[in-house]
Design a protein around this ligand. Sequence first.
Ligand SMILES: Cc1cc2nc3c(=O)[nH]c(=O)nc-3n(C[C@H](O)[C@H](O)[C@H](O)COP(=O)(O)OP(=O)(O)OC[C@H]3O[C@@H](n4cnc5c(N)ncnc54)[C@H](O)[C@@H]3O)c2cc1C
Length: 539
Amino acid sequence: MTEYDYIVIGGGSAGCVAAARLVADSGGTVLLLEAGHSNRHPLLDMPPGIFKMINGSKFMRYHRTTPQAHLDGRVHDIPQGNVLGGGSSVNAQVYMRGRPDDYDQWNEILRGNNDGVGWGWKDVLPHFIRVESNNRLANDLHGVDGPLQVSDPGHIDDTSRWFVQAVQSLGEPLNPDFNGSTQRGVGFYQFTNRKGKRSSAAYAFISPQLKNPRLTLKLGAQVDQIIIEDGRAVGATYRDVSGTHEVRARREIVLAAGALVTPKLLMLSGIGPGAHLTEHGIEVKADLAGVGQNLIDHPEVPITAYANGRYGYYKQGVGWRMIRNGLQFKMFGSGPVTSAGVEAGAFVNPDNPKEPPSIQAFFVPIVYLDRDAKVEMKDGYGVTITTVVVKPKSRGEVRLASSHPNDMPLVSPNLLKDPTDMAAMVAGQRFFLRAMEAEPLAEHIKKVVVPTPNDTSDRALTAHCKRFVKTNYHPAGTAKMGADGDKMAVLDAQMRVRGIDGLRVCDMSAVPNINAGNTNAPAMMLGDRCADLILGRIG
Ligand SMILES: Cc1cc2nc3c(=O)[nH]c(=O)nc-3n(C[C@H](O)[C@H](O)[C@H](O)COP(=O)(O)OP(=O)(O)OC[C@H]3O[C@@H](n4cnc5c(N)ncnc54)[C@H](O)[C@@H]3O)c2cc1C
């Protein structure tokens, strides 16, 4: 049987960062087990490749929700990365951290019994900075020499500029840095790519370590279980094309299989709600009621419109336009191939602009609906604004379908179930329907088709949201850190699984609450911090 000092399970955004740091700084050996494919593929490298993959690709694992009663029984997809780099290899690359108060809230939750480990903004900011290499911003909030390439969009479509101007005409300020001193406003996002190439966790963190003899990377290695002996995590079993293997960890195991699979693996290993495990014939090693609970995701609802001219990215990825764009990129390193397909966005609070933003918006220069949106729409030139509730109150859960590792977990995200989330989303939809009617965007719009703009009553917009709400791809919180007195806490402030030695969780499962914004950068921060905790460099 093979032994390593550390085993990292899941080579996604957090797992790659943690593994790379442990290889570089611990002096020990590290085994990184990743179930998915290699990240070396042109579609993954190209910033807009996501739009070719989102509706069907081997690089994604398509989780399905259970029927959502509050959405009239609808079932929707939750795609997650199935590739080295995880979400960071397939995502839309928007670089976002959230707000300082997101992390100060975690700190409050953990205050009192945190072993001196702070989780406030001042504690996490150094990790964001260390990871980052920004191509425009250099100040006390941004890093310029980290491994992760963060850049302004390589190409900006005219429609994105019209959107930014339209939202300003509604009274929102232009924001040059959504990760700066204030989140509110409209502007152009920054992205985890550079010069037309994605900067995933795989490229930024693992590639530089590939020749390091202390790193062993196994792809296509699906972990089935963590081996627990006498209350300590000592190894894992995984399967690949050559069969089933058992590996051992001398020091620690770090679990980072993502917020939907991490709780499944904990439960398959006997760590979770006792009654639920017993129901599936699994021996209980640690009765932790919180495993799989507290599932948080950002709900997203589209507004789509046809354009009255040949605007946006429709057909830019097929036929002669694809050849022209490819040539432009090869010869000059510019053009649509350098855009992630999303360039502009906004953070607003339609109910009270003086309060922190409640809604994030993404402007997409195509007609864009997910594969499970059951609506007949003709192809054509157009644009989409998706609105996202940034601090949702709804909570869902992940449970086991069976004790068989091949079965996907049962996922119930309960998006928009809490009435305050629905009210925020309806207000967001109403606000951005106005943006579609504001100049200079309005003069290029032929017709808004989803939702029907003729009826913006609460009743009609609520029905629209129930019909179209889907994931913004940010599941989180299913193995949360929490204080000693919190019966639902799975991890302590050092990301250690309560009641089990030698096991930490460092992916988006670990967060007590979701940050107000996209989640790739926070996942990388968690991976970096977990490595520091293991190395004894915090607290
Ligand atoms: C389509 C899409 C678009 C997104 N867009 C953005 C965006 O623009 N900006 C942003 O900031 N965030 C975005 N996100 C979200 C962000 O990428 C994720 O929140 C982040 O990558 C999560 O990191 P993680 O480490 O928690 O999990 P992941 O990155 O999902 O890593 C989990 C890893 O574990 C592996 N794994 C799973 N099961 C097993 C197993 N049994 N054994 C071994 N390995 C296993 C998976 O293959 C995966 O590589 C997007 C996500 C998706 C899917």
